[in-house]
Design a protein around this ligand. Structure first.
Ligand SMILES: CC(C)(COP(=O)(O)OP(=O)(O)OC[C@H]1O[C@@H](n2cnc3c(N)ncnc32)[C@H](O)[C@@H]1OP(=O)(O)O)[C@@H](O)C(=O)NCCC(=O)NCCS
Length: 230
């Protein structure tokens, strides 16, 4: 296979990104896995190093957008429930897309690594990515980098289910307790666990698809079999 080269993109690349995005959307196995966010892409192309492109033989085969949004009026701020000071330390990942012919070559890992390395050099502490529970490659990638699935919500006029995943760069990785497996499409059980301080941290393939692994931290753990007033 030919070599993949990464470079930062600018407004001159908008037409190529839109063309790639259209193609990716046509090939989606579920239409609710990807939200076509032209506004963020256009805005971020004007910011140096905010959009990474992957090229193969001079053809754009992938892109990743990193955003440092003003969350003061954003629904995400209410969902996270963090103080204004903490919200100012949030970087959002995505949208991201890889051409269908170039999947399975870890292009996602390579593109996002460029941005994660940049983020680690700054004072930004929280990296947030929202992802469909049905998007196996994206969730697999996020867990591999230490992101935790912390909430399940709805986006884009309420008709796209999204997991809010969070990587706290200020917190060392710790072992999970009380590990539980849940089918990825069993949102009810996942929400039940999330309401009891559990979080998703991994996945495993099954005959039916894949399960999400949930766990919690010592002292935080509210066992799901105990009825408590939440
Ligand atoms: C999510 C996405 C960016 C991942 O890109 P990628 O560089 O192919 O990611 P990886 O190389 O890590 O792929 C790993 C998984 O993709 C799947 N995959 C591998 N080869 C594939 C192929 N030829 N075609 C489709 N999927 C393939 C496999 O499930 C693989 O995981 P597995 O080895 O455990 O089975 C890409 O799938 C994509 O563009 N999806 C559509 C857009 C989208 O959903 N974006 C995220 C929301 S913003």
């Amino acid at each position: 296979m030919d070599e993949i080269k990464l470079e930062f993109l600018n407004p001159a690349h908008l037409a190529d990104i839109v063309a790639l995005q259209n193609l990716v959307v046509q090939h989606l196995t579920r239409k609710d896995m990807y939200y076509q966010n032209y506004e963020t892409i256009e805005k971020r192309l004007k910011v140096a190093q905010a959009v990474v492109g992957a090229y193969c033989d001079d053809k754009l085969v992938g892109f990743h957008v990193m955003d440092t949004p003003d969350l003061s009026g954003d629904i995400l701020a209410a969902e996270l429930g963090w103080s204004p000071a903490e919200l100012r330390k949030v970087v959002r990942l995505g949208p991201i897309a890889v051409h269908p012919d170039y999947r399975g070559r870890n292009i996602i890992t390579r593109m996002v690594a460029v941005h994660l390395d940049l983020i680690r050099e700054t004072d930004y502490r929280h990296v947030i990515a929202t992802v469909s529970p049905y998007n196996y490659p994206s969730i697999k990638y996020l867990f591999s980098q230490g992101f935790r699935l912390e909430q399940i919500t709805f986006r884009y006029h309420g008709n796209m289910t999204r997991c809010i995943t969070h990587l706290d760069l200020g917190k060392p990785k710790t072992e999970e307790l009380c590990r539980i497996k849940v089918a990825h499409d069993d949102l009810r059980t996942q929400k039940y666990l999330l309401a009891r301080n559990f979080y998703g941290y991994g996945l495993i393939k099954t005959a039916e698809g894949y399960d999400i692994l949930y766990g919690c931290q010592k002292d935080d753990c509210m066992e799901p079999w105990q009825e408590r007033q939440l």
